[in-house]
Each structure stands twice: as structure tokens, then as C-alpha cells.
Design a protein. Structure first.
Length: 560
């Protein structure tokens, strides 16, 4: 049995830049060639707390070479450079975001769940996987480790160190090894745990500060020296922790994984220190978050049924600073707060480009009322759509492209004018509302039984009448005889009423300005068609209505 540990070094820093638009320039210059290569690259420092007690809580190696130290006050850090400037000595200073840390950890769990159903949530920067049975899918342990490191970088945007060992603790401690010891991926064969863990410093074991101080006074610096100590005397001086550290230093011991419960929360957030006033840069930032969101959904074999967007807006500005929205700008005079957008998809999707186009169209039609300072995206997960076409079923349009086409039409003519008409439960003539269009699922034809031929003959013999409604209704002139329609004139034709049924009177909404009251007739008309000097007749069934409020006759439709 083998276990793999995925460890994210400098987790707070990587979580801060995971969805950043310049995160393709990693914290290390050659991180793309080796996930644990942190010898140079981006200088970044994170601040935590509220002024004036704001201090540096994390810093990259390049930032520390520039003079930044952990625990340094923000005021002390700014003395190193120019005052009132966010960048000094080439170092980026950012506020630490708990949401970004939580989202990065959720992405790490999604990565583990895409490989194995048995995942342990060991620490915010580390997870452990049970690799039982994965060799048939991904090959040997070396291939599995490289695949995990590659997907962590490409899917989650996190440079990871992956270690595989016969037991979970050995894999965890090997993954936390310094760069110079185990760069990239590490595979420890069974029986080699003590030899491979021996050169590692005892700090990778996660010992307490008191135990580290005591071991340091004894001259114990690495796991090999700790494993050489007699366990009985070690337990007398360090207690149960000493026994546990001795076992870990030898790479011995087996335990069961504490399986993590899958919390299917797909959220991404990005906060920036500048104001975005144009749609194009805002769409560029949205694309990074959507790519990360869709990658996490794909790792769980899920898709998004609803996408929620929340834009954090800047404070109110003067009206003189208004930016024209005609050129794609965002006005800078609205109130403080957030702008929410919701996209209800007709079927689950995880196409980042399509979702970006839908959000762009929605923001173009209803732009936020102030410059944007932050973005929050959330997706409600659902099972992806699974369809199978048939040889004799006509091929319909791709639902994903159809959704984008409908969104473009809604942007041009209005949201309430695109969709499927749905009749309202009322007697008001031609009353309907527009609901969101969703492609109907192809129904499977029922198998014919013993009476299949009889059923077909009965369906063929049955006659159904369809009503074709005229929109708008056709104005008409009607001559009455004994209170019933006798002759009708419309469309330039004259017709004699052969048969009439009615009237059916209805009214409603008398308390509103658009109240209605009408009388309807179903009539059969015989038209006298004269062509070439010969008289020809034509019959038709129509619905005739008299609007008692406006005092006019209308032909509402014809029966086919």
C-alpha cells in the first residue's frame, strides 16, 4: 500500500497569487520546470492586521533578500522605499485574504478528490491520498507523483511538492523536506524510509518549540540523529511526543487516514488595490477566476448550474469624474456596496469562455455603478449534461452555443423579449409571459405492443383542430342580424356568416387602467371569391371578438 502527500510550500503566498492575472509569472523564476524551485522570481510580502498594528506575516525569498522580515511592522517596511508607494525595492505588498487561503485549500482538496476517493485533509497546505488501485490508471508511483505535481500547477495554479511513501507520515515528512534535499517529486520505496528521511532536518516532523529547543541542545539536527537515540531515555525526557518523533524519524508506523468530507463549495475571489473602470480589464480578471472555477469543477466531474458574481465597488466619487459608459466605461458616481449578477444556466456547463461571454453581455447591458475593487465568483455544482444522439433524430443546435446566442439577443432587444412564451392562468386574451428557454429532452418513442397497429390506426383517424392566432388581431367590420354576426369584412374581403356560436362574454381587471371586457364568437364564413369573371367560394373557421370598451371588432385567429 502506498500513500501520496501533496504539499504546497509558501502556501499563503501562492494562495494570494493563484488567480492573479500575472500569476503566470510564478513566485520562483523556474517554478514551471520544478515545482520546488524557489531560488528567485517574484518578491511578495503579505500583511495581516489593522493599521497601525499591521505586520508582515509571509514573504517570499526574493522579498526577504530585499530586507523584508516576518513580523516587521508595515511602517518599518515602507521606510525601505519611497513613502506612500505600494512597491518598494521591487517588493509587492498585499493584504492577506482568508478567503483566498480557503479557496486555495478547497482547490487542493478538489485535486486530491479527482485522483482518489480517500483523501485526508492533513493541514491547510498539505493533503494525503491513498493510492490503492491507481497504478492501473496512471502507471507506477513515479508517473503518479509527476501527474499530481503537473495537475496541481496547471489546474489549481499551485506549485506543489509530491512525495510517495509506504505510510502516510513518511510521505508527509518527505513532502515537507527543504528544496535542496528533495526537489520536484519524491518516491520512497518500502524499507528505505529511514535512509531517505535521515538527512532531513527535524523541523519537518512538526515538533513543538520546546522539543526542538531540547533536541538542539543535545546536538540533534536531523532525523538520522534522532532515530539513533534510545527510545526509552527519549520518552523519559520528552514524553509521548519524543516517542512519536522517534517513530516518525525512522519512517515507521502505520495509521489509517482521517478521510475529509467533501464540501462542494466552489468559490473564487480576487481583491486588487486599484480601481477597474473599463469592461475589458474587468473581463480579463474574470477570465482568470472562471478558469480556476471550471478547473475545480472538472476535477470533481461536476458542472455549474448557476454562476453568481459579486463585484465590490469603490467609494462614491464626484459627478465630475463620471466616465462615459458608451465607450465601455463604468460610471464613478454610484453608492458604496456590491453589485450582484446571477446567471441561471439552462443546463450545467463548465466552459470558461462561454461563461465569460455570458458575464460580459450581462455587464454590458447592466454595468456596475462604480469602479470595481474586488471580484467574488461562486458556482452551484450539478451533474454535467449527458446526452446520446440517435440515428433517426434530427440534430439540434448545441445548447451551449444556443445559450450564448440567446444572451446576445437579450442584450440587443431586452431580457423580457427573449425566451419561451408561457400562457397565464387567466381569461384575458393573448395573455402570456416570457420564461427562460430550455431545450426539451428528446423523448424516447414508446415500443409498440400487440395493439400497435390498432393504436396507429386510431391516431390516424382522430382529427385535431389547431388554432392559428393573428398577432396583432385583424380589425374587421361586422354587420349584425338579430343580434348575431351576419356579414364580416376584413382583409379586403366580404364573407357571409354561415354558422356562428356564441357569444362568450368575459371581463377582468376592472380595477386596473387596462381593464378588458369582450364577447367572442366562433363563426364559419363563406367568402365570395371572384376571379376571371367566374364566381368561386371559399370557407373558413374564425374566432371573432368584440371589444366592448373600445367598441371595435377583431378577428383573433383561424382554425386549421
Amino acid at each position: 500500500m502506498a500513500f501520496a502527500c501533496i504539499h504546497i510550500p509558501d502556501f499563503l503566498l501562492q494562495a494570494a497569487v493563484r488567480c492573479d492575472p500575472v500569476s503566470r509569472r510564478p513566485l520562483a523564476g523556474d517554478a514551471l520546470r520544478g515545482p520546488r524551485s524557489y531560488r528567485g522570481g517574484r518578491a511578495l510580502a503579505l500583511l495581516q492586521g489593522e493599521p497601525p498594528l499591521c505586520r508582515v506575516t509571509a514573504a517570499s525569498a526574493a522579498a526577504m533578500r530585499a530586507g523584508i522580515e516576518i513580523g516587521m511592522a508595515e511602517a518599518q517596511a515602507r521606510i525601505l522605499g519611497r513613502a506612500q508607494v505600494e512597491q518598494f525595492a521591487g517588493v509587492e505588498i498585499r493584504r492577506r485574504s482568508p478567503e483566498q487561503k480557503r479557496n486555495a485549500h478547497a482547490a487542493l482538496l478538489d485535486l486530491g478528490g479527482s485522483f482518489s476517493p480517500h483523501v485526508e485533509d492533513t493541514a491547510p497546505d498539505s493533503i494525503v491520498l491513498d493510492l490503492a488501485g491507481l497504478d492501473t490508471l496512471f502507471g507506477d508511483a513515479e508517473n503518479i507523483a509527476r501527474r499530481l505535481a503537473q495537475d496541481a500547477l496547471e489546474v489549481c495554479g499551485l506549485a506543489a511538492h509530491v512525495a510517495i511513501a509506504p505510510n502516510p507520515d513518511a510521505a508527509l515528512h518527505a513532502a515537507r523536506a527543504p528544496l535542496k534535499e528533495y526537489p520536484g517529486v519524491t518516491v520512497i520505496a518500502e524499507g528505505q524510509e529511514a535512509a531517505r528521511l535521515g538527512p532531513l532536518p527535524i523541523g519537518v516532523l512538526g515538533a513543538s518549540a520546546e522539543a526542538l529547543e531540547t533536541l538542539g541542545r543535545w546536538g540533534v539536527r536531523d532525523c538520522a540523529a534522532l532515530a539513533a537515540l534510545p527510545v526509552l531515555e527519549l520518552s523519559e525526557r520528552l514524553g509521548a511526543e519524543g516517542v512519536r518523533l522517534h517513530q516518525w524519524a525512522r519512517g515507521a508506523g502505520q495509521r489509517s487516514l482521517v478521510l475529509a468530507e467533501a464540501a462542494l463549495r466552489f468559490e473564487e475571489e480576487l481583491t486588487f488595490d486599484y480601481e477597474v473602470t473599463e469592461l475589458e480589464p474587468l473581463a480579463f480578471l474574470l477570465s482568470r477566476l472562471l478558469e480556476a472555477l471550471c478547473a475545480r469543477l472538472e476535477a470533481r466531474s461536476l458542472a455549474a448550474s448557476v454562476v453568481r458574481l459579486r463585484l465590490t465597488l469603490a467609494r462614491m466619487r464626484q459627478a465630475s469624474e463620471q466616465v462615459s459608459t458608451a465607450a465601455g466605461g463604468i460610471p464613478r458616481y454610484a453608492r458604496d456596496g456590491d453589485a450582484d449578477r446571477v446567471i441561471n444556466l439552462p443546463m450545467p456547463l463548465r466552459n470558461a469562455k462561454l461563461l465569460l461571454n455570458l458575464l460580459r453581455l450581462q455587464l454590458q447591458g447592466d454595468p456596475p455603478g462604480a469602479p470595481v475593487r474586488g471580484i467574488f465568483l461562486a458556482a452551484e455544482p450539478a451533474r454535467p449534461r449527458a446526452t446520446q444522439g440517435g440515428l433517426f433524430v434530427p440534430h439540434g443546435p448545441d445548447p451551449e452555443r444556443l445559450e450564448l446566442t440567446l444572451a446576445r439577443l437579450a442584450h440587443l432587444v431586452g431580457e423580457s423579449r427573449v425566451g419561451s412564451p408561457e400562457p397565464l392562468d387567466t381569461h384575458r386574451p393573448d395573455a402570456f409571459r416570457m420564461r427562460r428557454f430550455a431545450p426539451a429532452q428528446a423523448s424516447r418513442p414508446a415500443a409498440a405492443g400487440r395493439h400497435g397497429a390498432q393504436t396507429h390506426e386510431a391516431a390516424t383517424a382522430r382529427t385535431e383542430a389547431g388554432f392559428r392566432m393573428f398577432r396583432p388581431a385583424l380589425p374587421a367590420r361586422v354587420e349584425m342580424d338579430a343580434g348575431r354576426p351576419a356579414r364580416v369584412f376584413f382583409r379586403g374581403l366580404r364573407g357571409e356568416v354561415v354558422a356562428a356560436s356564441g357569444p362568450w362574454r368575459s371581463s377582468g381587471d376592472w380595477w386596473e387602467k387596462d381593464a378588458w371586457r369582450q364577447a367572442e364568437w366562433d363563426i364559419e364564413i363563406r367568402f365570395d371569391m371572384r376571379a376571371g369573371g367566374k364566381g368561386q367560394t371559399q370557407r373558413g373557421l374564425y374566432r371573432l371578438a368584440y371589444d366592448e370598451i373600445r367598441g371595435e371588432w377583431l378577428v383573433r385567429g383561424a382554425f386549421d
